[in-house]
Design a binder for this molecule. Structure first.
Ligand code: RNT
Ligand code: ZN
Length: 422
């Protein structure tokens, strides 16, 4: 599609949205202000770079597929991320995991990771992102093999993971300082049991105490903020997960931490969209893991489906966009990994755009007047309005290619760059 056609379509769309009271120019400005935290782990199947052939294991999370061309080094991953960022309008953040440090070929155990292993990332990120976020890696490690880390009854095991969490907070503080933007430090532990537990209380008490110890050093929230990620069940932890939703909701509100809501961590029909208002009435901030569960926490690539639409609507309608940290969390190795990243991130942005294009005041007014027909009719009308024309124009304005050019762009990258990695 030519530039002129995109501009023409946009001019018509702008008028049409104007008629229902939506200012598309203001919408695009707001959208440009919303950063998405891109997860580094889509680029290499959650492997990381601790050893040359590091692979995901344990924790009940799984990557399927062996599409060629996965990043084998930090530099390759950065190159892929540069490509991804070049295909996303506006500037975004990057979300790192502890196993993605630059360890210089040395064996650095999880309780020995240091800011110095991430100086290269910080230097790189200053040029390509508006901030860095961080995660401890409490899986793919011999000390996580029996299914417990911070909630382990073995003091040696849990102290090892407490030290890991402490190191991760140091690194997050460093990254926040370097980037001049607080790093969100997220803790997700897989701890749980396959079959009926006999001591729920015991494990949860240990988890609470381990977290308290790990978080005991006060760190300036200008540099970093802790988040804790809830989960209902995982593979191998079907009967019991120590860090359940209620556990972390209460933990977060009593310790002034952020809670992290992952779309795949609830009952299959339970939407986190509904949890945003309930959480933010009682807490200052919130972290989201935007994912696409299919029948279970399968971490499919995010697409613009109803779940994403409801989520982004609630993000915008809550009026608390500045308090909501949006992170992506999916991994699929059955197709081009750069393509996967781009599709998922652009779907999240398109969802936000659609939500911003709603005439919220009118919808609320209909609702207050109990004109539920009017509310429903307007919601239906919105579905066929020319949001695509606004999206294309927004991409154009940001010097990013439109949807239709994505396939050939990604295929070229596959041929020229990923082909070399065979
Ligand atoms: C696992 C959690 C967690 C991980 C990442 C890799 O169920 O969702 O966020 O996906 O840390
Ligand atoms: Zn997650």
């Amino acid at each position: 599609m030519s530039k002129a056609r995109i501009e023409q379509a946009y001019a018509a769309a702008k008028e049409q949205y104007g008629e229902i009271g939506v200012d598309t120019e203001a919408v695009m400005e707001k959208l440009a202000d919303i950063p998405i935290s891109l997860h580094c782990w889509q680029g290499d199947d959650v492997g990381g770079f601790e050893t040359p052939d590091a692979e995901l294991s344990g924790g009940g999370i799984q990557v399927t597929g062996n599409h060629p061309g996965k990043a084998r080094s930090v530099r390759e991953l950065q190159k892929d991320l540069e490509k991804v960022f070049s295909l996303l309008p506006s500037t975004h953040r990057l979300n790192l995991h502890a196993v993605y440090g630059e360890f210089g070929g040395k064996k650095v155990d999880r309780d020995e990771v240091l800011p110095e292993h991430f100086t290269g990332w910080a230097d790189w990120a200053k040029e390509h992102t508006r901030g860095l976020d961080f995660n401890g890696t409490f899986f793919s490690h011999p000390k996580a093999e029996d299914g417990f880390t911070l909630a382990s009854k073995d003091p040696e095991i849990r102290n090892f993971w407490i030290r890991h969490a402490e190191r991760c907070r140091d690194i997050s503080e460093y990254l926040g300082k370097e980037m001049n933007s607080p790093a969100i430090h997220n803790v997700w532990v897989p701890d749980g049991l396959k079959d009926y537990p006999a001591d729920r209380m015991g494990y949860r008490k240990i988890l609470m105490e381990s977290l308290d110890t790990a978080f005991s050093r006060d760190i300036d929230p200008e540099y970093m903020k802790d988040a804790v990620e809830t989960k209902l069940f995982g593979i191998g932890s079907e009967a019991f997960v120590a860090g359940s939703h209620e556990f972390y909701m209460n933990y977060a509100s009593s310790r002034n931490k952020l809670v992290c809501l992952d779309m795949g961590h609830f009952h299959p029909t339970e939407l986190i969209a509904d949890k945003i208002s309930s959480t933010l009435l009682f807490q200052d901030e919130l972290l989201l893991h935007v994912s696409r569960p299919m029948r279970w926490d399968s971490d499919h690539i995010v697409v613009l489906n109803d779940d994403i639409r409801q989520l982004t609507q609630e993000i915008i309608r809550s009026g608390r966009i500045n308090d909501i940290h949006i992170g992506l969390d999916f991994f699929d190795a059955t197709l081009n990994r750069i393509g996967a990243w781009v599709i998922g991130a652009r779907a999240a942005l398109k969802g936000l755009l659609l939500a911003l294009l709603e005439p919220q005041e009118t919808l609320v007014r209909y609702e207050e007047e109990q004109n539920y027909f009017g509310r429903l009719a307007l919601m239906e009308q919105l579905k066929t309005m020319p949001a695509g024309a606004v999206w294309d124009y927004y991409c154009l304005k940001n010097n990013v290619i439109p949807e239709e050019a994505l396939i050939s762009e990604i295929m070229n990258y596959e041929k020229e760059i990923l082909g070399e990695r065979a």
